[in-house]
Design a protein around this ligand. Structure first.
Ligand code: TLP
Length: 344
């Protein structure tokens, strides 16, 4: 029998472990639209506390968490300042325009990270001709930036600049716990400075579904209304929240392994003739590598050879390490890529 392919397309492909499935099966549940699911409530309380924010709301996905936040913070015609490769701009299907009638003002960051001066420059000021700047969105870790981690002091300076201009700040923290583990500081170091933060459990933490959007009590009350509007009110969602609680207890600290595996993988890839990557860019669980051939047909050849990866540019691949692929799997992935390039 052929062995299962090594799937490094994303950390979203992780499947619930037997222990997580047991926790899900045993979860105490109720109707969460009535606010009666004790497991969802426990998760929301725990995440809010961890992030240093007042309250939280369980939502089906990171995309919905980000979009609800935009919906709460803005009014139609207003402008959102965010990095041009950020998920809410690049990967959310035009949602902020489609759902809330706001327009993005993009800024090009350094590996996805912005400076206070860039926020200041993007801010429109007060002129009746211009859209009103309302919200800044930051991303930590920054996915397309390479899984980059914000230095807490730079993040604080950017937030301070936004606040001085009267702007709200939302953090897309889909992988904020990767940042926590990589930087060795609590997730609250970033999140408590924001007006709202989304964290995801269905990425490296290994839950099948689920994100949590946190903010003030007033923010979360409004977010709950918009979640319902978007069809995100779930009923016995404690089954899912139990997986997220399990992930906090059992999968968070092991993210360090994924980061180490990504470094090992990157070192191996860097030794393949024609493959180019900057090793110091591998800060968490992602490896972006330039290849000497067209990426799309290479991805197809790799699939046949037993390695799944995504192409993210004409000659760029993204490989993401996670709990379903161990060190040996990552090493084998590099060997498969080397062999596929040899036979091009
Ligand atoms: N990212 C996915 C794809 O959508 C690109 C991936 O494979 O990396 N914020 C960030 C920073 C993300 O990376 C993602 C997912 C999301 C939000 C959206 O989360 P979901 O998929 O739960 O809507």
């Amino acid at each position: 029998m052929a062995s299962a392919p090594i799937d490094l397309r994303s950390d979203t492909v992780t499947r619930p472990t037997p222990g997580m499935r047991r926790a899900m099966a045993e979860a105490e549940v109720g109707d969460d639209v009535y606010g009666e699911d004790p497991t969802v409530r426990a998760l929301e309380a725990r995440v809010a506390e961890r992030l240093g924010l007042e309250a939280a709301l369980f939502v089906p996905s990171g995309t919905q968490g980000n979009q609800i936040a935009i919906g709460v913070h803005t009014r139609p015609g207003e402008e959102v300042i965010l990095e041009e490769a950020s998920h809410p701009f690049h990967f959310e299907n035009g949602a902020m325009g489609a759902l809330w009638g706001v327009q993005p003002r993009t800024v090009v960051g350094q590996r996805g990270l912005l400076t206070p001066a860039q926020i200041q420059t993007a801010f429109r000021g007060h002129d009746d001709h211009l859209p009103r700047s309302r919200l800044v969105i930051l991303e930590n870790t920054h996915n397309r930036g390479g899984g980059t981690v914000w230095k807490p002091e730079v993040f604080a300076a950017v937030v301070a600049t936004a606040r001085a201009a009267g702007l709200s700040v939302h953090l897309d923290g889909a992988r904020l716990f990767n940042a926590e583990v990589a930087a060795g500081v609590p997730a609250s170091s970033w999140a408590r400075l924001t007006d709202s933060t989304t964290v995801c459990f269905s990425k490296g933490l290994g839950a099948p579904v689920g994100s949590v959007l946190s903010g003030s009590e007033a923010f979360v009350a409004e977010a709950r209304r918009l979640r319902k509007r978007l069809g995100g009110g779930m009923r016995q969602a404690g089954i899912l929240a139990a997986a997220c609680l399990y992930a906090l207890d059992h999968h968070l600290s092991r993210l360090a392994e994924d980061h180490e595996n990504a470094r090992v993988l990157a070192h191996r890839l860097a030794q393949i003739p024609g493959v180019r990557l900057e090793l110091d860019r591998v800060e968490t669980n992602m490896v972006y590598a330039d290849v000497p051939v067209e990426a799309a047909p290479l991805v197809s050849r790799l699939r046949v050879a037993g390695l799944l990866v995504n192409s993210v540019g004409p000659r760029t691949l993204r490989l993401v390490c996670h709990l379903d692929v161990d060190r040996a799997g990552c090493e084998r992935a590099a060997d498969i890529l080397r062999a596929s390039l040899d036979t091009k």
